[in-house]
Design a protein around this ligand. Structure first.
Ligand code: PMP
Length: 350
């Protein structure tokens, strides 16, 4: 016997590269190219170092109230965590305890499979259609829960709220988690449906549309019952997940609607432009609804383009996985960054 036998050995999630230092154009992890609202900086400056000797509010009431006011729900319907990754991990722990497999798309956010494996949750990956759509009918079977992103990642394809409602109607006895990490870039949120469906949990993040990936703030909205169970699980694990700075920054970000609208509209405009420019360069892909595009080139393999862009200091995401290994996922940057991308692609593809 050896202690190594008893060590938990897991296959971790591998995030996109985070190159440190040097000038690079980072279009590989779906961050927002714009800084957070100036109100965030003021909120951080207002934190007195003296207050840091005290633990933060374990209930995270200020941030939950700000989100509740924003979405027209009650504070007891909001859960906050250290990015959506933390929120989703808590939701998996809380809700996915059945012997039946949970269901998620085969091409989707890779962390779902990682959490399921780590937590010993049985799962089944449901293939997307040939054109990368989630088919509601495939989710009408016995299951231990359902989770998918909308818009999906890495495809950037959006489904309408009527689609979410169809999945919910087919699955009244399962928890359905809709991961809306990218919903603010053109989609309609399913949050209003939580009043009608007590089996729905919607998650969102401050990492994308609110430019706070480095602060780590995410949240879920559901019925008071579901959120209560999540709070109990969290409080059995770590009562102080959210630090004072993250709470203050989150409140400031959610309250600056004007800045939010301005920056997300800028991202959407640049994305619309990118669809046209990439088409001119010989790319095609599904209509994007997130802050990234999912594209392949007519003749040049994605892996080759990925490598040549990287040599030029332009990072995009390439997945060496079945069905998508000829696609690139390109985060929408500023107009200036995108011009550099188009110029580099022009050279590479010449
Ligand atoms: N869901 C999806 C679909 C994502 O792409 C991401 C970003 N990697 C997340 C959740 C997690 O985002 P965060 O933890 O930064 O809130």
């Amino acid at each position: 016997m050896n202690f190594r036998e008893y060590i938990r050995k897991v296959e971790p999630y591998v995030p996109g590269e985070q190159p440190q230092g040097g000038r690079v154009i980072k279009l590989n992890t779906n961050e927002n190219p714009y800084p957070p609202s100036p109100a965030v900086q003021r909120a951080i400056e207002d934190i007195s170092p003296d207050s840091l000797k005290l633990y933060p509010d374990p209930d995270c009431s200020g941030l939950r109230q700000a989100l509740a006011a924003h979405f027209g729900v009650k504070e007891e319907q909001v859960f906050v965590g250290v990015g959506t990754d933390d929120v989703l991990a808590m939701a998996f722990m809380t809700f996915f305890n059945s012997d039946q497999p949970i269901l998620f798309p085969d091409i989707s956010y890779a962390f779902y499979e990682v959490w399921a494996n780590m937590l010993g949750i049985p799962f089944r990956k449901i293939p997307l259609s040939d054109d990368f759509r989630i088919c509601a009918g495939d989710y009408a079977c016995e299951n231990g829960g359902i989770v998918f992103p909308n818009p999906n990642a890495p495809t950037s394809i959006l489904e309408p709220v009527s689609f979410i409602e169809k999945i919910l109607c087919q699955n009244r006895d399962s928890i359905v988690i809709v991961d809306e990490a990218y919903i603010d870039f053109g989609g309609e949120s399913a949050i209003p449906l939580v009043e009608k469906y007590d089996n729905l949990l919607v998650t969102q993040t401050f990492s994308k549309s609110r430019s706070l990936a480095g602060m780590r703030v995410g949240f879920a909205v559901g019925s008071p019952e579901l959120i209560g169970y999540m709070m109990s699980v969290r409080n059995s694990y770590n009562s102080y997940t959210m630090n004072r700075t993250a709470l203050a920054a989150g409140i400031a970000a959610v309250q600056d609607q004007e800045y939010f609208d301005r920056t997300r509209n800028a991202v959407i405009r640049t994305r619309e432009q990118a669809v046209l420019r990439l088409k001119e360069l010989g790319f095609d892909g599904p209509e994007p609804a997130a802050n990234f595009l999912f594209v392949r080139h007519q003749t040049v393999p994605a892996k080759e383009i990925f490598g040549k862009l990287k040599e030029r200091g332009i990072f995009v995401r390439y997945f060496s996985k079945p069905r998508i290994d000829n696609y690139l996922r390109i985060t929408v940057g500023t107009d200036e960054e995108m011009e550099e991308l188009y110029a580099a692609l022009g050279e590479i593809l010449a």
